[in-house]
Design a protein around this ligand. Structure first.
Ligand SMILES: Nc1ncnc2c1ncn2[C@@H]1O[C@H](COP(=O)(O)OP(=O)(O)OP(=O)(O)O)[C@@H](O)[C@H]1O
Ligand SMILES: [Mg+2]
Length: 400
């Protein structure tokens, strides 16, 4: 991601102060301007993504310029940084059509998060405007579950979330592997707060309080990280998770929940609160045995309608085929992801999801395919149906 910004302020010292608050590898300052017609030329010549303007008391010229930009360049987003953010200033900004108004930044990290969230939200709004039909006005909660450790649940959760955000969806990623959650490693984030601090500090959560405990990944995904140490896991109750998920679904298009490989109360609550369960399995007999047992538990909880089976690390083998997996688990295989140790481990070690770091790899393209199906709301033809078609084509070809 690269966000190009232009700074506008009459006061040199404000420009300097803003510059000192921009220190992020994704945000680039294209230049600055004191305002007026010089600013219009600068905007025309540099085409910034975001214009940050300082706003002092009685700065009607600043508000007039902001209004012009908002009306005439809707793809250039305006942020007003107010020296004194009182009700009157807010009202005047709103009257000028600007709804991204903030206090003068206090720390580069917070300012970077603010700029990124404005960029992300405004991009979604602009994209929705250009679509004739309004987008699906509902939220999808996906729990990624698997009957064993190491199946690729976190790999799938992280890449899925980032790919959805790339498609301008608002995405929350929740690490519910409360003892050993490692999504922050997949995404190279060092969380200040985690789910533990959230449930301890906030008694009646609202979306703003919850968001303040989430880290913002450079893709725009909001991540609620797992506790920093396993002993804090017990502080997070199933009831808290239930209310957290029902709150998050009011705000995000997609809430992706990564889980630990066990049927804890917290995991069951996530599963019951979801609209889709990505049930990750693999091609070995021990995984399949555990998968079969887990599916029967999901059956007894009446959750089977939501199951989408994903075979990870699918390689062509003679001992177990996709067909066998379907027979053993008793559910159609919804998708399969190829095995690619190099790409997967490299992504994890670098903390850059492969959909970003190796977008051309087969495994990334499989994730992209999944995301397209999810977004279109369509159902994936199961892998077996697709393979039958391919086989039919091959046999027709052979006959010729
Ligand atoms: N399709 C794949 N091909 C090759 N390696 C993979 C693939 N998917 C995941 N891996 C690798 O397998 C390892 C385990 O993956 P991951 O951590 O995502 O599993 P998990 O199910 O979340 O495990 P846990 O239950 O321990 O949290 C990682 O090193 C990951 O890079
Ligand atoms: Mg994991």
């Amino acid at each position: 991601m690269r966000i190009n910004v232009l700074l506008i302020s009459k006061m040199e010292r404000n420009i300097g102060a803003l510059k000192s608050m921009i220190d992020d590898e994704d945000i680039f300052v294209l230049g600055d301007s004191p305002g007026g017609s010089a600013a219009l030329d600068k905007i025309e010549n540099t085409s910034p993504d975001i214009i940050i303007m300082t706003l002092g008391a009685g700065d009607t010229d600043v508000l007039n310029l902001a209004e012009r930009i908002i009306l005439h360049r809707p793809r250039t987003f305006v942020i007003l940084a107010a020296e004194n953010l009182d009700v009157e200033t807010m009202q005047s900004a709103v009257n000028a059509g600007c709804h991204n108004i903030t206090e003068f930044p206090k720390s580069p990290k917070e300012f970077a998060e603010y700029i990124k969230s404005v960029y992300h939200n405004e991009s979604i709004r602009i994209k929705s405007l250009s679509q004739k039909e309004s987008l699906l006005w509902s939220s999808t909660v996906i729990t990624v579950f698997g009957a064993k450790g190491g199946l690729g649940k976190s790999t799938i959760s992280a890449n899925l979330a980032v790919k959805l955000a790339e498609k301008h969806k608002k995405v929350a990623l929740i690490d519910l592997d409360l003892q050993f959650g490692d999504l922050h490693i997949f995404l190279d984030i060092e969380p200040k707060d985690t789910i533990t601090e959230l449930v301890q500090d906030v008694i009646t959560p609202n979306i703003d309080s919850v968001r303040s405990y989430m880290a913002v990944h450079s893709s725009g995904v909001h991540v609620l990280c797992a506790p920093k140490s396993p002993e804090y896991a017990e502080l997070v109750s199933a009831e808290k998770i239930q209310s957290l998920l029902s709150l998050l679904r009011t705000y995000y298009d997609y809430v992706i929940v990564d889980t630990a490989p066990s049927f804890s109360e917290v995991t069951m609550t996530a599963i019951e609160s979801s609209s889709i369960i990505f049930f990750v399995t693999g091609l070995d007999i021990s995984i399949l045995r555990n998968s079969k047992l887990s599916v029967s538990i999901l059956e007894s909880l009446q959750q089977t309608e939501k199951i989408r089976v994903i075979v990870n690390r699918a390689v062509d083998m003679h001992s177990i085929t996709i067909n066998d997996v379907q027979k053993i688990i008793g559910y159609p295989i919804w998708a399969k992801l190829p095995s690619d140790y190099k790409v997967a481990v490299n992504a994890l070690n670098r903390g850059v999801p492969f959909v970003v770091g190796a977008p051309g790899s087969k495994i990334s393209q499989s994730i992209s395919g999944l995301v397209d199906i999810l977004i279109s709301g369509g159902t994936n033809k199961t892998v077996l149906e697709k393979e039958k078609k391919v086989n039919r084509k091959i046999s027709l070809f052979k006959k010729k």
